[in-house]
Design a protein around this ligand. Structure first.
Ligand code: ZN
Length: 180
């Protein structure tokens, strides 16, 4: 759960970071930035800000903003009905970001959220530079983390059904409750 003011502050901060990265956002679009705490109520540690530019039943394009040291929890995109699952390409635009995927443990720059070793199992670190990109196939587990400056990323994918993503951490709820 996040408060209305926490939501508003995060939206403004994410919009500033987007603009700083050279991505335009209209003033009246800022309130459409989704502030996601994954039901964990510790937004600055585990969370993400998402600005959806388009999401049809076939494709989606989004901007993801991570604040400094903010982590998007380990997850995967499962099959839904006839849809084989989300295929997603992430392109790094600005700031510092690390991704964690299956493979040998190379975790060095980033860190596992304290006390959460059990639900952040992937330790193969990929540090992206602006202009680098990665593609995830359906079911391919991943998590990622903003570095010292945070990060602004593009996400291009097949249709998004975030509510149906799988998370390693069983207490996660993808739909964020905003307290009035
Ligand atoms: Zn993902």
């Amino acid at each position: 759960m996040i408060s209305k003011s926490e939501q508003r502050e995060a939206q403004q901060r994410a919009a500033r970071m987007m603009r700083n990265a050279g991505i335009q956002i209209m003033d009246d679009e800022i309130e459409k930035i989704e502030v996601v705490d994954f039901g964990l109520s510790q937004l600055s540690r585990e969370g993400v800000q998402v600005f959806t530019m388009v999401n049809t039943d076939r494709l989606a394009a989004k901007v993801l903003v991570l604040f400094p040291n903010q982590t998007e929890p380990e997850h995967w995109h499962p099959k839904v009905g006839n849809d084989p699952g989300k295929q997603e390409t992430i392109r790094h635009i600005w700031g510092d970001v690390r991704f964690y995927v299956d493979g040998p443990d190379t975790l060095k720059e980033g860190f596992v959220v304290p006390g959460k070793d059990e639900v952040y199992r992937l330790r193969h670190e990929i540090v992206l530079k602006p202009g680098d990109q990665l593609t995830f196939e359906p079911y391919e587990k991943h998590w990622f983390q903003g570095g010292p400056r945070g990060a602004v990323l593009y996400s291009f994918s097949t249709t998004v059904r975030d509510g149906l993503d799988g998370f390693t951490d069983p207490v996660i709820q993808r739909v964020t409750v905003v307290e009035e």
